[in-house]
Design a protein around this ligand. Structure first.
Ligand SMILES: [Zn+2]
Length: 277
């Protein structure tokens, strides 16, 4: 019977010509086991820019096979990443069924009870939604003394608040957050340093992994400093600018093999179709 199989491998295990170098380290499993492996180890997955491979947040990668043929990874990423949640559209609270608060409208009538939004105390604004699991999964904090801890942040704002409140003790927070369509990930974010002033601002540092699909052969880390906490959209805009300027730098130069592959990646991201003269 044909079955979807997942192969997990390290970044360096894949041969250029296809197949694997170190057979012993390669794991092969069914989809249900793969999901269990990810959940048990609190791992995240994403598709690479080239869909035939995906990344796992423990720095491993994976491929999907059906009937022995490689198939795209994006469907399985979507299936694993989406979660059914409940949202209160009045106050923007998001939670699971069990987080709702049981409330009696009439204290003398048990029948009047309902599962309600814990803030608004009513079920009138509750709505079923599907959200990206990455948004509530834990992130890893690295403290200045070298210890680490996983924290659960609800959203980007919560993450920045954590960072701001912990600025004296936190070294950085690892994110591995994909920047959609840019073949890049937000890798880490550092708390603001120094006293705030108008000239220097907060100087929040953000590290971006560029050209994820190229792996170690062409991937790059780029660092941006911000005067105030950046939004995800702002980071995305700035990353796109960097990719554009990388394209401009490389397009008319004599390139190393590494730069050649980066130039190809920038063209794919920016959707530039041109032939070499
Ligand atoms: Zn509410």
């Amino acid at each position: 019977m044909a079955e979807l199989m997942i192969t997990i491998y390290g970044r360096n295990d894949l041969k250029k010509a296809g197949g694997f170098k170190k057979k012993n380290d390669i794991l092969e499993m069914k989809k249900t086991d793969f999901f269990k492996y990810l959940t048990d180890n609190k791992l995240k997955i994403s598709s690479d820019y080239i869909d035939s491979a995906g990344s796992i947040s423990n720095d491993k990668r994976f491929r999907c096979y059906y009937n022995g043929f490689i198939i795209g990874t994006s469907k399985i990423v979507a299936e694993f990443s989406k979660m059914e949640m409940i949202k209160c559209i009045q106050c923007d609270w998001i939670g699971e069924e069990e987080d709702l608060k049981f409330i009696l409208e009439d204290e003398n009538d048990l029948e009047s009870g309902m599962n309600a939004c814990p803030n608004c105390k009513t079920d009138g604004y509750l709505s079923d939604i599907t959200i990206d699991k990455y948004k509530i999964i834990s992130e890893r904090i690295e403290y200045k003394d070298g210890t680490t801890k996983n924290i659960k942040v609800e959203n980007w704002k919560g993450l920045l608040e954590t960072l701001d409140n912990g600025r004296d003790t936190i070294n950085k927070i690892f994110l591995f957050r994909e920047i959609p369509g840019l073949d890049s990930k937000i890798r880490a974010i550092y708390p603001p340093i120094g006293q705030y002033d108008d000239e220097y601002g907060l100087r929040v540092t953000v590290e971006i992994d560029l050209f994820e699909s190229l792996g170690e052969q062409g991937g790059d880390i780029y660092t941006e400093k911000y005067k105030r906490f950046p939004s995800e959209d702002r980071i995305r805009e700035d990353t796109k600018k960097i990719i554009k300027s990388t394209y401009d730098d490389l397009r008319d130069s004599i390139l190393t093999a590494r730069e050649e592959s980066q130039l190809e990646a920038t063209k794919k991201i920016l959707k530039i179709k041109e032939t070499k003269e």
